[in-house]
Ligand binder design. Structure first.
Ligand SMILES: O=C(O)CCC(=O)C(=O)O
Ligand SMILES: [Fe+2]
Length: 204
């Protein structure tokens, strides 16, 4: 990644963290409010959202969130016990992708979208270390809608970190982070409105 573009903008609010076994960058104001509002509304209406099911010990379990998978090629992608075929990029997804690519200097070929309808929707502890992503994947994650807490937990030391991901923010995870840290969006009792998260990935 070019360090240059990541640090030369005076207007952006960047937190760069070198943590044990990994790195992340958090840009809380990546998109301004009106751009973020527009993307949120458009994605709520145009993305083909589904509530997927997975099989656990012979029982069908519904994911506690809606998901969608878009990308360049027709390679199926497996995560959380299910396999999805990507849909074709929409205009807005390509626009967001382009802006993330300018920031990171990485060409992403796919995006996984998650939609958390309320505080009862969540994603539990996991890593994004699927073999299709290569050794030390860079994952760029765009947040729209309600602010939710993103937690990281080191698999050996159990150290925990917490980041509030708000409307229009970008979180970039890189280095060996996916091999040492799990992450989750826990459920919350606070009344929260909808949130959409887009994780841009490079499928090899
Ligand atoms: O919603 C988020 O911020 C995280 C989503 C996530 O971890 C994933 O899709 O793998
Ligand atoms: Fe993840």
């Amino acid at each position: 990644m070019k360090q240059l573009d990541l640090f030369n903008s005076s207007k952006t609010n960047i937190e760069r963290k070198e943590i044990q076994n990994g790195q992340y960058l958090h840009i809380s104001d990546f998109f301004d409010k009106s751009t973020s509002d527009n993307y949120l509304q458009t994605l709520l209406n145009t993305i083909d959202w589904k509530q997927e099911k997975m099989n656990m010990y012979g029982k069908e379990l519904l994911f506690p969130r809606l998901t969608a998978w878009y990308g360049d090629n027709d390679k199926p992608y497996s995560f959380s016990g299910i396999t999805l075929k990507p849909k074709q990029w929409t205009k807005e997804l390509l626009e967001i992708k382009r802006r993330v690519e300018i920031k990171t200097d990485v060409s992403f070929n796919s995006v996984l979208l998650n939609r958390y309808r309320n505080g009862n929707d969540s994603i539990s502890w996991h890593t994004d270390a699927e073999k299709e992503l290569g050794k030390n994947p860079i994952i760029a994650s765009v947040n729209l809608g309600a602010t939710r807490e993103f937690q990281l937990r080191h698999i050996h030391t159990k150290e925990k970190l917490s980041i509030q991901l708000s409307h229009g923010s970008l979180l970039i995870m890189l280095g060996e982070l996916q091999h040492f840290w799990q992450h989750q969006i826990p459920k919350t009792k606070k009344p929260v409105s909808e949130r959409i998260n887009l994780t841009f990935r490079v499928i090899k």
